[in-house]
Each structure stands twice: as structure tokens, then as C-alpha cells.
Design a protein around this ligand. Structure first.
Ligand code: ZN
Length: 144
């Protein structure tokens, strides 16, 4: 098990512009605000979404493409480092007009209609993602 402790430095609340790619917008936010370790939540709406499902046997993402208007019913994620630069990991539950839901790993190609974020900038030794060959993913390394 990996456990690391951090202290909150500040909370950053704000809004992303319509038409912006959500993943790139979150990366820009982390870079511009120099957040090296953080955790965030998102609320809002999208004009389209691209969500990933990780195929654990093939060790690759399958893409769910949703070309429709959606609510961000729940968005959660974190910021850590990968190759010395901020990396964003975000999962979304999105919902359609009848309340039906889809969820998954946020991919590029997800377009903001409106998005409010609350990002906690955390103080402490940054976590650095590394490729874990067993999972085939860039993860926080386990001790030992
Ligand atoms: Zn993920």
C-alpha cells in the first residue's frame, strides 16, 4: 500500500470556458497555477464526451464516444507529476436528458459547455507517475 500525507496550501475555484477541451483545460490550470500535487472536483455540462474504459486483459483503453449534450454529474480527479510535468487523472459520471448515466476515464475530445472546478493545491513531496508493467498504466509506484 502507498500512503503519503499532504497539507492543503490553498483552494482554487473557477470556471472553464465553453468550447474548451476539458482535459487540456485542467492541464493548463495545473501548469498555470503551478500545482504539482492536487485533488479536484468538477460540475457542469458538456457538448460531447470521450471516456475511456481500461481493458485489463488487452492493457489498453477502449473509447466511449458520446456526441450529445451531457451534464457532468460528478467529476473527480488528481494532479501529480509525470516526467516532471503536471499530469491530470480524472474520472467522470455524465448524464443525459433522461438521467441515464455513463462513466469513465476522461480523454481528450471532451468539450466544455460550462465547468466549475474546485482544485485543492497540496503541499508535500510530489507523487510521480511511472509505468507499472503489471497494469500497463502510469501509476504512483508502490513502496519496495
Ligand atoms: Zn483513469
Amino acid at each position: 500500500m502507498l500512503i503519503r500525507e499532504f497539507r492543503p496550501r490553498r483552494w482554487i475555484l473557477g470556471r472553464l470556458e465553453a468550447g474548451r477541451d476539458l482535459l487540456q483545460g485542467l492541464l493548463d490550470l495545473a501548469e498555470e497555477q503551478e500545482v504539482r500535487v492536487g485533488a479536484f472536483t468538477l460540475l457542469g455540462a458538456l457538448t460531447q464526451a470521450r471516456l475511456g474504459f481500461y481493458d485489463q486483459k488487452k492493457k489498453s483503453y477502449r473509447t466511449l464516444e458520446l456526441d450529445r449534450h451531457l451534464e457532468i454529474s460528478c467529476g473527480v480527479g488528481n494532479v501529480s507529476l509525470r516526467d516532471g510535468r503536471p499530469a491530470v487523472h480524472c474520472h467522470l459520471v455524465v448524464s443525459g436528458e433522461d438521467g441515464e448515466c455513463w462513466g469513465g476515464h476522461l480523454l481528450e475530445g471532451t468539450v466544455v459547455f460550462a465547468c466549475e472546478f474546485a482544485l485543492a493545491d497540496l503541499e508535500g513531496e510530489p507523487l510521480e507517475r511511472r509505468l507499472d508493467p503489471d497494469q500497463g498504466l502510469a501509476l504512483w509506484p508502490l513502496p519496495g
